[in-house]
Write a protein that binds this ligand. Structure first.
Ligand SMILES: C[S@@+](CC[C@H](N)C(=O)[O-])C[C@H]1O[C@@H](n2cnc3c(N)ncnc32)[C@H](O)[C@@H]1O
Length: 350
């Protein structure tokens, strides 16, 4: 029964890889499924998690562990085949080495098993910037930005990236992270006086990209053959290392309560924001976060405004991701844009 469930999970994960597209991982997942049928090392490694839902991505966690070792230079025989290390992308040739890593119950593989895959997707700044610019334009104040579920903190550097559209431009002209004509149907106010006075973030499992382990861990979650995402993530890590921001280890409900304890800051526009974070915490944590923000909003004034910016999946569970902004005083809630989970054009509705 458990074995059948695991095979269904592997097949679901394979579908995700195929759609991404990651033909390399899709092919490895096929080998993993056969190995589970044969009772091989993949079965031994994943059997304790066989009844977990497919959305926990245990097969991908196992592959991320192997990918970590490949990126760290510990498996040269696999580096020859992993596209992320310049390999030939031959999954058949890679499979014996991947199977051996599973068979050895390697510490790096096992280290990835207990916690969820932790991507930090810089492309979401292409959407979030529409909200930050709207707050800057409507308040005229420097921003105090507070990110929930910040992972490696890469999206706390959104103003160090370059945005260009419709004759407008924002951010350093030589930034390696660039969003050109990212929006459809209009352009966010990229000419707003955007200044970040303070930036902070929290995560249950923060990754410190200033360390080699943190850098490799974050890269290991990206599919090895998604060359553009891989390159962009590497560039974003370099930008983050130039001006490191510590992502605090904390649950977002407790952390935001502490950040907003004194109410919104005078002379700054406080922006609480998150992207692809909301589905993860349990309902009581989400309720506590919403309650804290609503309480703090009672103290918001024109000189100490508060905003809640979200880039999160729509409630109807379609593949749309909505950019929403609520601003106080006033409490007006606006749907500013609609985009996707990864790099994608965003429709501007603001
Ligand atoms: C899918 S990742 C998104 C990361 C980042 N926001 C992005 O868009 O790239 C979700 C993040 O939420 C974090 N997370 C989940 N529950 C949390 C909680 N209760 N408090 C803080 N962070 C949490 C996870 O550790 C993970 O880093």
């Amino acid at each position: 029964m458990s074995r059948e469930r695991l095979l269904t999970t592997i097949e679901a994960n394979r579908g995700v890889a195929e759609a991404s597209p990651s033909p390399f991982y899709a092919a490895l997942l096929e080998r993993m499924a056969q190995d589970v049928r044969d009772g091989g090392p993949t079965w031994e490694l994943l059997a304790p998690h066989a009844d977990e839902p497919a959305s926990e991505y245990f097969p991908f966690r196992a592959l991320a562990g192997v990918h970590h070792e490949v990126l760290a230079g510990e498996r040269p025989e696999l580096a020859r085949h992993f596209p992320s290390t310049g390999g030939d992308g031959d999954a058949d040739a890679a499979w014996p080495g991947v199977r051996a890593a599973f068979a050895g119950h390697d510490p790096d593989v096992l280290r990835e098993m207990p916690h969820a895959l932790q991507t930090n997707e810089t492309s979401r700044c292409g959407a979030l910037i529409g909200g930050f610019c709207t707050v800057a334009a409507t308040t005229g104040l420097p921003l105090r930005v507070l990110e929930l579920g910040a992972s490696g903190g890469l999206n706390l550097h959104f103003d160090r990236y370059r945005y260009e559209q419709g004759g407008l431009a924002l951010g350093p002209a030589d930034s390696p992270i660039r969003f050109t004509d990212y929006w459809e149907g209009g352009t966010p106010p990229l000419d707003a006086p955007l200044e970040v006075a303070e930036r902070r973030g929290c995560d249950l499992h923060p990754l410190d990209v200033t360390t080699e382990h943190g850098r490799i861990a974050l890269l290991s979650y990206v599919w090895p053959d998604e060359a553009r995402r891989f390159e962009q993530l590497g560039d974003a890590i370099r930008v983050a290392r130039e001006a490191p921001v510590v992502v605090e280890r904390a649950s977002a409900d407790e952390w935001i309560a502490a950040q907003l304890a004194g109410g919104p800051a005078e002379g700054r526009a406080t922006v609480v924001y998150h992207s692809l974070f909301w589905p993860y915490p349990p309902q009581p944590v989400r309720d506590a976060i919403a309650g804290t923000i609503e309480d703090a909003a009672l103290g918001a004034t024109a000189a100490a405004p508060l905003a809640w910016l979200r880039y999160e999946p729509s409630a109807d569970a379609s593949s749309d991701v909505e950019l929403r902004l609520t601003q106080w005083p006033g409490g007006e809630d606006r749907l500013l844009g609609i985009g996707g989970f990864h790099e994608h054009p965003v429709r501007w509705l603001g």
